[in-house]
Each structure stands twice: as C-alpha cells, then as structure tokens.
Write a protein that binds this ligand. Structure first.
Ligand code: ATP
Ligand code: MG
Length: 768
C-alpha cells in the first residue's frame, strides 16, 4: 500500500500517514492539540474501508454528537453511503443501541426509557423525602453526582455498600445514607424500565460480564475499534474497550494527556498512561506539527502546560505564521468585560471581515454567559449559546416529550408524574403523593395504580379515583393509536391535540404563550425532519425511535446550525473544536482556576483546561479578566488569574479600555520567563490603582481627546446641563443626577428625543 493507491494519504504528513496505515496491532497516537489526531482517526476509517473492512465491523467512539456528526460527514464525502453503516457515535449512543438489542437479558424491554439528569434528580429528591431526610443536607445534585461516580467505577449498590472506603468517605461527609439512597434509586429505575446516562456505560459492562456469549458475539462483530479523545475516558468506558479488544488488539486510540479535563466525571489519566500495559505490543505514534494555530499560540500554550508536572513530554511546533500576540485585557467589571468583547467582535466583523461563525467566546462556568448574552443582544451581535438552555429544556417541549415517553414505556414514572396533572385535570399534590406511596407499597409502576386505584388501596374518594382512571384510559387510548398508526407525525399531532395541550397553549395569548406555541410547531417540524432522515436510511420512523434519539441529545447538540452567529460555550464543551478567533473570559483567581480546585492535582486540571482553551484558536486569541464581578449575588473584587503570569511576556500584549496599556505591575516584578511561586494574592503586586482597602466607588468617565481615566468620585465631572456622548444613544444633555457610588445615575435627554436614566458605572459617557 503506497500513497498512490490511496490518494487521500497524500493529505497527511509522514507521521500521520504512518499511524493511519499501521494495521498490525494496538496503536496509540499521543500528540498535542491541533496536530491532526481527529483527522488521523477519520483517515484511518477511510483506510480500513479501502483495506476491505466491512463498515459494520468498524466502531468509532467520540464524546460529543457534534464530533460524531462531523466525522460521519467527512467520511461520507469520501466514501459515500457506507459511512452510515459504520458504528460511529458517542459512547452513550453506541452503547445504547447495543443495550436495546439485548435489553431483555438485563430485565428491560427494548423500548426502555433513558432518564435525563432532571429525571434522575427528581427521582432522587423523592427518595430523600420518602426517607424523611433533609434535602438541604442530602442535596439531590450532590447525591446524584456521588451515584454517578459510583456507576462510572462500575459499583452497583451492593458493591458500593461493601466498598468500605467509599462508604466511610460518605459517612465522614455527614451523609451516611447515600448507599441506601443509591439502592432505592437503583430499584426505582428498574421498576420504571429506565436507565440513566451513567447506566448506559455501567449496564453494558454488566451485560458483558453476565453474558459471556454476548460479549463473544460483539468481540466477533467488531473488527476495529477507534476512540477519539481517549484521555477523557473513564473506567467504565475503558473496560468496554478492553473487553472488546484485548484479544484481537484491533484498537486505535488518539488522545492528548495535556487535554484531560474530565476527572470530575471519573476520567482517569492513567488510562492513557496504562494503555500499553492493557494492550501489549502497542505501537505509539507521536505527531509534532500543529496545523491549527499560529506559532505564537502554540508556544503560549506550550509554556502554560510546561507548568504542570504530571504529563507525557511532547514536542510541538507550528509552521503557520508567527501571528499576533495574545491580547490580555483588563476590564473594570464583568459587564465591561462583556462590552469590550462585544466591541472587539464588531471590529473583527466590520473592519476585518471576520464571519461571526469564526468567533468563539469561552468561559469557565455557564453562569458567565448571562452577561454576554445581554450585551450581545443590545449590540445586535448574533450568538449561539452551547450548553445553556436547550430547545428540549423548554417546559412545553418536556411536557410533550413526557407524553411520548409514557406511550413508549408505560412504566416511565418520572415522565408520567410530570404530566399527571398537565394539562390541569384536578389531580392535586396530595393525591399524587398517595398514588406514589401506593406504587412504592406494592412495588408496581404508577400506571398500574392509576388504572386501578381501589385495587391498590389509594386513599382517595370515588370522584378522584375516576379522574385517575380517566387519565390512565387517555394514555391507553393514545398508546393503542400509536401502535396501529403508520404515521409518526399524525401520532404526535394527535397526542398534542387529544391531551388538551394544544388548547391549553392556545388559550394563553401572551407573548410567552405564543412563543410556546411556536416551540410546539418547531417540535412538529423537527419530527417531520426526523421522519425524512429515517426514510433516507431505510429505517422505519417510530415514536420509540424518536424518543430514543431525543433522549441522548445533550444541550451542546440541540442548537440549530445555520444562521451565522458567534459561539458561546464553556471550555469543557469546546473540546476538539477550532475557531479562527477565540476570546477566553474571566481569567481570575477563584473563577479560573476555580475556587473548587484546592489540591495540586486539581490545579493542574484547571491548567489543562486553560491549555485546551488557548489551543482552540487558529489566528488570534484574546484573554481577559475583570477587577470586579457580580458573583454569588453581589459584587466581588477579583484578582488576575495566576495563569496570566504564566504566559510568556514576549507573546502577550496588554490592553485595557480604561487607561493602562503598559505591562501591569503585577506582571513586572521578576516573573519574566520563569515559573512564579508568588501568586497574585500578594496585593502589593496588584496594579497600584487597585485600592488595597475597600475603595471609594468609581465612576468611569472619558473625555473626548483625553486618555481615559478612572475617577474616584460618584458623579465625576457631570453637572446638570453637561453635554455628553453615549456610544449607542448619541449626544445628549444631563437633566438630573442622583445616587452615589455604584448607584450613581444620570437622567439624559438625548438629541434623538429619547430620555434615558443611565447607571453611570456602565454607561461610559464621554463629556463633550
Ligand atoms: P485536538 O487535540 O484539539 O482535538 P487534533 O489533534 O484532533 O486537535 P485536528 O482537529 O485533527 O487536530 O486537526 C487540527 C487542524 O489541522 C484541522 O483543521 C485539520 O484539518 C488540520 N490538519 C491536520 N493535519 C493536517 C495536514 N496533514 N494537512 C493539512 N491540514 C491538517
Ligand atoms: Mg481532535
């Protein structure tokens, strides 16, 4: 096999080609960001197809649906329709399809439900309540994450309870009853014929362990296993790879230990370090050329990661342009940071012709998107938030999907409880509690109780019992209709109509009501598209398959592509992606690195996260911090992140919209070029204009022509009658002044005829 036989091999460099064409055993490609690992994985699939592997025998696993979709698309561009037959997708989706095939062996029906995070939490909450525990101590989120990490370590409730170390840990944290809650949660899921997200990884391990014949079948079916972002696999995922491929050795994984950012989900860096032990005679490939980013970005990222002790040494170089220095921006507040970002984006867009699509804003926590969202709306910058509220999180959509779910799986209690009194059918909370209690007492699903309230001794009067039965009858009728019907769209429409949801939404004539109705329409259009996509690949669309599809959509995937927009996402969500222009916001101590990272290892993970963020950038990268930020319900002072100091000085350029353009003093004192032990905690090294004591409140006023400056007075030089210029509203005259400090406001009559009251802290008025 030479590059001539396989022309696409010419689109790889030598090291990449070597990895792609090596079919003689386990292979590990370990290389820095942007070096073409994902590209190598895609070309490897093409190569295997050309070598005669059957597409059904190839399994390629990724972490996000987006990555899987892109991969599938790239392969179909080259290889055509066979791409569809490759078992390619996220770990969760591929494992789910295997689990459905063997559901009965695990005591499930093939149409079992997949509980999303909300379902899991509300189920746990009910259990905590039932046990008479305080849900402020036994917080459902916390319990859920404990259970989740147990599942990711393949601990069933029994194993968990006997795994002394963990239980002791929980006892110490004042939560001795987690094992018990876990057990009840486990039972409840089974009774509901439901798996949660973590079960998709755990149950497949149980399946393989309890049914060696099934494992054998899959070992035979899968000829080659490929995994992207291997550094983020957890124990459960690793075990599947190991069981499928330890004998055959037909495994090809790519990863970068420096990008391991999921240890809180149980990802285990040791997986990558131990790969060679698990798969003897592994061949390791290293890729050294970065094709994504400018030299500046590559060396900045390299210097950052060099501060970590725990890593596999790697060479990386770029042959792209040197590129622009990394801009480090200081903002006075979180709001001004957002404003700065918005204005920079407009400049990029208008002056440099950058498409909005080419710009991404990355941040450490989801909460940071709110300010950006507000500012971008005002500036009319189109944006798309990944990981925020997704379409399927809207109440009206969740309601309809809950109906779908109960029809597909009548035992799905969480879905049923959601809609038991929606639209309103006078089934009150007390009744619901009693129904629930009866279902627990008799260990049956709620639907059985609803069908026969007397038989299950629910303490309700006749009228209420009749209502419960009527609801059950409605569901049964719809279920029968669904089973007979050939037309998914018609079924969906009928459900929306017959349940009274449509009438309920139509009766709400408010703007929000209209928006909800539109969402419903959108859902129906989505179903239509789904039907078409099924027909394309010759599968029969059904309510069950639709529900299964929806269950695995994570927030990151549901945002419509299409219209040009800037991307807002957490750094975690940006893994594997690339953008010409990247902004990284909120580089502040206790935010990034997070206040949760106390140990050295946790700090190293935060640093890897910063490395991931930097390496998303192709051409330019801007990082920013704010001196104060609204957090936890109030304004808090913040200190520049230690990571800023770790950026080599010759690669950065400092800017601020309020007057300092030189290297800020916290950067100066002796940190040049070497690791600084001194953290910015030392206030003497913080810019001198940042007050050490609680400061006088500041108002930012800029005079035309002057250097911008920071005034330490409430109203500054504004007087009644002062002519001012506002960035968006234009020129105007101050009519009234009120308040002090952060609350100082001016009433301004603008020449456009508008009168506006402005909070001076944000308004940035220029005196004319
Ligand atoms: P990450 O670690 O961030 O996931 P990666 O190692 O997977 O990065 P890719 O996304 O595969 O890197 O590649 C980065 C960019 O470089 C992509 O745009 C890819 O198309 C391009 N690229 C990689 N190798 C080559 C090559 N040999 N020739 C041209 N472009 C390449
Ligand atoms: Mg990649």
């Amino acid at each position: 096999t030479t590059p001539l036989d396989f022309p696409y091999l010419a689109e790889l460099n030598e090291a990449q080609r070597a990895a792609v064409t090596y079919n003689d055993g386990p292979a590990l490609v370990i290389a820095g960001a942007g070096s073409g690992k994902t590209r190598v994985l895609v070309y490897k699939l093409l190569y295997l197809l050309d070598c005669g592997y059957h597409p059904m025998g190839l399994m390629a696993l990724t972490f996000t649906n987006k990555a899987a979709r892109e991969m599938r698309q790239r392969i179909s561009e080259r290889a055509g329709s066979v791409a569809r037959q490759i078992r390619m997708g996220t770990f969760h989706s591929v494992f789910l399809s295997i689990l459905r095939l063997h559901a009965s062996l695990l005591g499930y029906t093939p149409t079992f439900s997949v509980y999303n995070t909300n379902d899991s939490r509300s189920c746990i909450k009910a259990i905590v309540k039932r046990l008479g525990l305080d849900d402020k101590v036994y917080k459902p989120n916390l319990i859920h994450s404990r259970i989740s990490s147990a599942k990711n370590r393949l601990l069933t409730p029994d194993a968990y309870a006997s795994y002394g170390e963990l239980v002791k840990y929980d006892a110490k944290s004042g939560l001795p009853r987690i094992a018990e809650i876990y057990r009840l949660y486990w039972d409840e899921l089974r009774q509901s014929n439901a798996m949660d997200f973590d079960d998709l990884l755990l149950q497949i391990n149980i399946l393989f362990r309890q049914h060696p014949e099934v494992l054998k079948e899959w070992q035979e079916r899968i000829d080659y296993l490929l995994i992207d972002e291997y550094q983020d696999t957890n124990f459960a995922q690793y075990m599947v790879a190991k069981q499928l491929m330890q004998e055959k050795g037909a495994i090809f994984v790519v990863g970068d230990d420096a990008q391991s950012i999921y240890s809180f989900r149980g990802a285990n860096l040791d997986n990558i370090l131990n790969f060679e032990k698990t798969f003897p005679s592994t061949k390791v490939f290293k890729l050294e050329r970065n094709y994504r980013s400018t030299q500046t970005i590559v060396s900045a990222a390299g210097s950052i990661i060099a501060h970590n002790e725990y890593q596999i040494p790697k060479q990386v170089f770029s042959e792209e342009a040197v590129g622009e220095p990394i801009q480090v921006h200081e903002a006075l507040s979180g709001d001004l940071e957002a404003l700065w970002a918005g204005e920079e984006i407009q400049l990029l867009h208008q002056r440099q012709g950058a498409s909005y699509e080419d710009i991404a804003l990355l941040y450490r926590t989801n909460a940071q998107s709110r300010t950006l969202e507000q500012v971008f709306r005002r500036l009319s910058i189109p944006f798309r938030i990944y990981g925020g509220r997704s379409f399927f999180d809207h109440k009206e959509i969740m309601d309809v999907v809950a109906y779908f779910r109960t029809l597909v799986n009548e035992q799905d209690d969480e879905a049923l409880l959601r809609i038991i009194n929606y639209p309103k059918r006078s089934i009150g909370d007390t009744t619901v509690q009693r129904v629930r209690a009866a279902s627990v007492r008799h260990a049956v699903s709620i639907i059985h109780v609803l069908r026969d309230p007397q038989g299950y001794e629910v303490e309700v009067n006749k009228a209420t019992a009749a209502k419960l039965q009527a609801f059950a009858a409605l569901l049964d009728e719809l279920r029968a209709y669904n089973q007979e019907s050939e037309d998914l769209y018609d079924v969906a429409e009928r459900i929306i109509r017959d349940t009274g949801i449509l009438a309920d939404l139509k009766s709400d004539t408010s703007i929000e009501g209209k928006a909800r109705l539109e969402n419903l329409q959108e859902l129906l259009s989505g179903i239509e598209e789904y039907i078409e996509s099924c027909l394309e690949v010759d599968t029969k669309p059904s309510l069950a398959s639709y529900v299964a599809e929806v269950a695995l959509l994570t927030d990151q995937d549901t945002q419509g592509e299409g219209e040009e927009a800037v991307t807002l996402m957490t750094i975690h969500a940006s893994k594997g992606l690339e953008f010409p222009h990247v902004f990284i916001l909120g580089l502040e101590e206790d935010l990034f690195p997070s206040s949760m990272s106390n140990t050295g290892r946790e700090l190293e993970e935060e640093r890897r996260l910063f490395y991931v963020a930097l390496t998303r950038a192709e051409k330019t990268c801007r990082v920013s911090y704010a001196r104060e930020r609204f957090r936890n319900g109030h304004m808090e002072f913040s200190r520049p992140s230690r990571f800023l100091r770790e950026l080599p000085e010759d690669l950065v350029h400092f800017v601020s919209s309020h007057g300092f353009s030189e290297v800020p003093s916290w950067r100066r004192g002796g940190t040049r070029g070497k690791v600084s032990e001194q953290l910015p905690e030392d206030f003497s090294s913080v810019p001198s204009f940042l007050p050490k004591e609680k400061p006088a409140r500041r108002v930012l006023i800029q005079r035309r022509g002057d250097e911008p400056e920071v005034k330490h007075s409430a109203i500054g030089d504004l007087r009644i009658g002062t002519r001012i210029l506002h960035k968006r509203f234009g020129e105007g005259e101050v009519m009234e002044l009120e308040g002090e400090g952060d609350n100082a406001k001016a009433l301004v009559a603008f020449d456009t005829g508008d009168t506006k009251k402005l909070l001076l802290r944000f308004a940035q008025l220029q005196i004319l």
